[in-house]
Ligand binder design. Structure first.
Ligand code: UD1
Length: 425
């Protein structure tokens, strides 16, 4: 991927047609981690071809896992048996935050793991204290050597963990690790995201004994071995939501297919409240064109099944087009609102009250500008803003967007958007 690439968007095109949702980034990464505690190859289908997946696969290849990636078929096969290395280098760890999940599988396989401080989106402090505490509770001893964490355990055992705050990836990490730790693990105040249910169903199909996934209390009885198998990654509810918001924003008829509308109930409720029109089918959502004004609306992010934080920025773009003032309250991350400044440069009127709250006054027409994508979700929000703006919008640092959205330019062009990827600066 050329890091100098940028998107050039000519806004205000009428969009229409069908767009199919890819497999979920936030499920794919966890299934890759889970494959490492199996004793046979695991085949993952409906695998999104995105930068974060490529980074995670590259990482597990450095640990010795055998990875066969058929990009066109969206299929990956992982054979964990040749794994030979328990060190995740600082560079690898920095390239993807989900690397912290792999300490569990490494402890399962080797009784040892080393990892540099993990990276990820620049959205707040994003500490890793829960993971460090959890691994120690499983019986690992931890040493900190500069920026590297070293874990050693002769025998992982079950434990009880009460989450002080809800954490998606930490819940999934402990679910995976506990499946191969001796005895019973109980997770309380666990996250209940659909990706967690999918992960538990997959592990159970391989022989794990997990009950309660999808509720705040999960019980896991460790097993001595796990089979492999084939599993399809569930559709990306965040991508689906992004496209539905796009339809509402451009007042277009767009059919979003291959999704699970039930996973989007909260966002659809908010779209209804703001005044957008759409129809919901079994595996699709279709936005309708409309002439009336959108109404201002307060939104507050929350863990599932609340308003998903990953759609906060895209939804805020929609709020710039609603009549009146809306309060956007980001409760989960503290650095996820600075993109509002970029929207203001495009003509929006957003007052950032503090790192968690912004007031959006609307409606305001947006003007094309030259911008940098701050992170994956704010980046896609900039794309949405560019698509309704007058004139030309240039978005740099699109590597961030590629981390989570497969070939977004090509797919949006198929709907009639004027967006091109320019790589020859
Ligand atoms: C996951 C998703 C991300 C989504 C987020 C919230 C993946 C790969 N990423 O991120 O897209 O936006 O859930 O739904 O699935 N925290 C701590 N200590 C820790 C870990 C987390 O204090 O050790 C805090 C975080 O700073 C944050 C909160 O917990 O304030 C929730 O974060 P968490 O659910 O862990 O987010 P991620 O799992 O990183």
């Amino acid at each position: 991927m050329n890091s100098m690439a940028y998107f050039r968007i000519k806004g205000q095109q009428k969009l229409s047609g069908e767009i199919s949702v890819t497999g979920a980034k936030n499920a794919a990464l966890k299934f890759i981690a889970a494959a490492l505690i199996c004793d046979e190859p695991v085949t993952l289908t409906n695998m999104p071809n995105i930068e974060d997946v490529r980074r995670m696969l590259k990482l597990i290849a450095t640990l010795g896992a055998e990875v066969t990636h058929d990009v066109d078929a969206h299929t990956v096969t992982i054979d964990p048996r040749p794994m030979s290395n328990f060190e995740i280098t600082e560079d690898m760890a920095k390239s993807i935050r989900a690397s912290i999940m792999l300490v569990g599988p490494l402890l399962v396989r080797f009784g040892k793991a080393c990892i540099g401080y993990p990276g990820g989106c620049v959205i707040g402090r994003r500490p890793i204290d829960l993971y460090l505490k959890g691994y120690q509770r499983f019986g690992a001893e931890m040493k900190i050597m500069g920026d590297t964490f070293e874990f050693v355990s002769s025998n992982l055992h079950g434990m009880k963990f009460v989450f002080p705050i809800v954490s998606v990836v930490a819940t999934e990490t402990f679910l995976i690790t506990a499946s191969r730790a001796e005895g019973i693990t109980i997770l309380k105040n666990a996250a209940v995201e659909p990706e967690i249910i999918a992960l538990a169903e997959f592990l159970n199909a391989c022989g794990a004994k997990i009950t309660g996934a999808g509720t705040p209390t999960i019980t896991i009885e460790g097993v001595k071995a796990l089979r492999g198998g084939t599993v399809a990654i569930i559709p990306d509810r965040i991508e689906a939501g992004t496209f539905v918001i796009l339809g509402a924003l451009t007042r277009s008829q767009i059919r979003v297919t291959n999704c699970i509308p039930e996973h989007l109930e909260n966002i659809l409720l908010h779209l209804e409240m703001i005044g957008a029109s759409f129809e919901v089918g079994d595996t699709w959502i279709e936005t309708k064109s409309y002439d009336h004004n959108l109404r201002a609306l307060n939104i507050k992010t929350h863990e599932y099944p609340g308003f998903v934080t990953d759609l906060q920025a895209p939804f805020t773009v929609l709020l710039t087009q609603a009549v009146g003032s809306s309060l956007v309250h980001e409760t989960i991350f503290e650095g996820r609102m600075f993109y509002t400044d970029l929207l203001n440069r495009m003509g929006a009127e957003i007052i950032l009250c503090d790192p968690h709250r912004a007031i959006v006054e609307g409606p305001h027409e947006l003007m094309g500008r030259k911008l940098e994508s701050p992170d994956i979700r704010a980046g896609i929000a900039m794309v949405l803003a560019g698509l309704i703006a007058h004139g030309e919008t240039i978005i740099g640092n699109i590597e961030q967007i590629d981390r989570g959205y497969e070939q977004i330019d090509t797919r949006l062009r198929a709907l009639g958007a004027d967006i091109i990827r320019v790589t020859d600066i």
